[in-house]
Design a protein around this ligand. Structure first.
Ligand code: SAM
Length: 497
């Protein structure tokens, strides 16, 4: 399906300006509107959006050329678009700039500046059009898969979770007006059906979102949210990776004597390295350890361990983004991190890690690289995911792991580190407990996020249940040794210039 070059340009301009419009993210947040911080964010965003709306209408920037003829102009929809753009952009700023969990006043103000800059660059009409593409994609997606659903199911939002019912009502009216959906009575029930134009609009929207890089951005946020909701990460790792604890200890040995050092650990997660593998003890009370992670959910679990250990005063836990950390240059002797490079821009992260370390100090990671997805049991078990990949014309699910240990060494060198050395090991991955494996792969390490993104929300839940069932069958048919994989793991360190 061809994407409109202008629409791709507009979404690219949006991403370049740092504006992120994600109605799914906002709906998820606003679902908790009973909480007062959510209400505050919503009313602040409405105030800021009203100003931008007035400017748009005053300057007549809603020009006819920017909006396709088939899109009706709805002031309510434009206001909704502005509010949602402000909140999701503020989310991104809060996470990435301030290392905070949720939007608040400062990030909303920064989002309003970026949005004003974007509107000056592409026009309000182009922003409105982008909203049609993104919200239109989400609205049409369940219909594209199911072809028709009952009107009641549409309006209640079961197929469109986390979209809010009041917004779905508006989207349904707009979709009926633009003839991408139609109502049809089937027996005694009214159903909503997708039209041929609707199918075409869905595929066009998808092509624009893919080509502009929008999907990648959405996936990156989805990773973060899956970490925020993982509660049993440590227990899952013990079941799935029986030798992970020993390999972490080996990694700490690889780092050498840490006593009395100032150490920064990035992407610390639940503290598997920090506390369970006893990094904090190796630094000992004469040194200092700061452990940082971008997910408050993971960090909460690390904080629990810190409290259990009697709140050691030389260990600090901090919310933050490894690509932009709140520490002055050369504040640490060492900066380390485990199993995170595949979630970030690796060279930018390594460069930032190096910035925080003194000349002659060490930057080091413990990181896995690509493993083949072609083992017969794996293809058999995860066939529904391979099928989703084929719909993208890909042979296998997208792997986000670095290609090899050499790739990581190259990243170290590109980040300016010298005398890079490595030690290799392999992490045993036992596929033996279908429930845990599926939770770990899908929710824990978000391995199939790109593929699952193809599916409406409720179908993702269905596929997870199907994968657990398939897993039971696969475990009965393949001996355990055929269901065991070995993930290449690399201890890598380089010296800061
Ligand atoms: C697979 S977990 C590994 C956690 C821990 N290091 C371990 O070995 O168990 C990846 C962690 O990276 C964190 N993360 C992802 N992107 C990040 C970023 N840009 N800045 C800081 N942490 C990030 C996630 O929140 C998650 O806790």
């Amino acid at each position: 399906m061809q994407s409109s070059p202008q629409a791709v340009q507009n979404l690219k301009a949006m991403l370049e300006t740092g504006v992120f419009l994600d109605p799914l993210l906002v709906s998820n947040f606003l679902r908790n509107s009973a909480q007062s911080p959510v209400q505050t964010v919503r009313s602040l965003a409405r105030g800021l959006a009203a100003q931008i709306y007035t400017n748009c209408m005053h300057e007549e920037t809603i020009s006819a050329e920017e909006i396709l003829d088939r899109r009706p102009f709805s002031p309510t929809l434009l206001r909704l678009c502005l509010v949602e753009t402000l909140i999701s952009t503020a989310f991104a700023i809060s996470h990435e700039e301030y290392g905070r969990e949720e939007p608040e006043e400062a990030s909303l103000a920064a989002a309003a500046d970026k949005l004003t800059e974007l509107v000056a660059r592409i026009g309000c009409g182009a922003l409105y059009d982008a909203y049609f593409i993104i919200a239109g994609y989400d609205t049409l997606q369940p219909l594209y898969f199911h072809k028709h659903i009952t009107e009641q199911a549409f309006l209640s939002g079961v197929h469109h979770h986390p979209y809010l019912p009041e917004n779905l009502e508006l989207f349904m009216l707009v979709s009926l007006a633009t003839q991408t959906l139609r109502l049809k009575r089937v027996g005694r029930v009214r159903t909503v059906q997708i039209t041929r134009l609707g199918m075409q609009s869905y595929l066009e929207a998808k092509a624009v979102m893919r080509e502009s890089g929008y999907f990648d951005r959405r996936v990156k946020f989805a990773y973060l949210y899956s970490f925020d909701t993982v509660e049993d990460w440590d227990a899952m790792c013990d079941v799935v990776w029986p030798n992970h604890r020993q390999l972490r200890i080996d990694f700490l040995d690889f780092l050498g004597d840490l006593r009395g050092k100032r150490v920064l650990e990035v992407a610390c997660g639940t503290g598997a390295l920090t506390f369970d593998a006893k990094l904090s003890e190796r630094v000992d009370e004469t040194g200092e350890l700061v452990a940082l992670d971008m997910s408050s959910g993971m960090l909460d679990q690390a904080r629990r361990k810190w409290k259990q250990l009697g709140r050691p005063s030389n260990v600090t836990l901090q919310l933050g983004n490894v690509e932009k950390m709140p520490f002055s240059a050369a504040s640490f002797d060492l900066c380390v991190g485990a199993a995170f490079l595949h979630f970030v821009d690796p060279v930018a992260a390594l460069r930032e890690m190096a910035r925080t370390v003194v000349t002659g100090g060490i930057v080091s990671v413990w990181q896995g690289s690509y493993f083949s997805l072609d083992a017969p049991f794996f293809r058999d078990w995860f066939e529904p995911i391979f099928e989703l990949a084929r719909r993208r014309n890909a042979e296998r699910p997208q792997s986000y792991m670095p290609e090899s240990g050499e790739t990581i060494v190259r990243w170290f060198e590109q980040a300016g580190l010298r005398d890079v050395v490595t030690e290799n090991a392999s992490l045993t991955w036992v596929f033996d407990d279908p429930e845990t494996i599926v939770q770990h792969v899908v929710r824990g390490v978000s391995f199939f996020e790109t593929e699952l993104m193809e599916l409406p929300w409720d179908d993702r839940r269905t596929i997870v249940a199907e994968l657990v069932d398939r897993g039971r069958d696969v475990c009965a048919r393949y001996p355990l040794r055929h269901r065991t994989m070995y993930l290449p793991m690399h201890c890598i360190k380089g010296v800061v210039r």
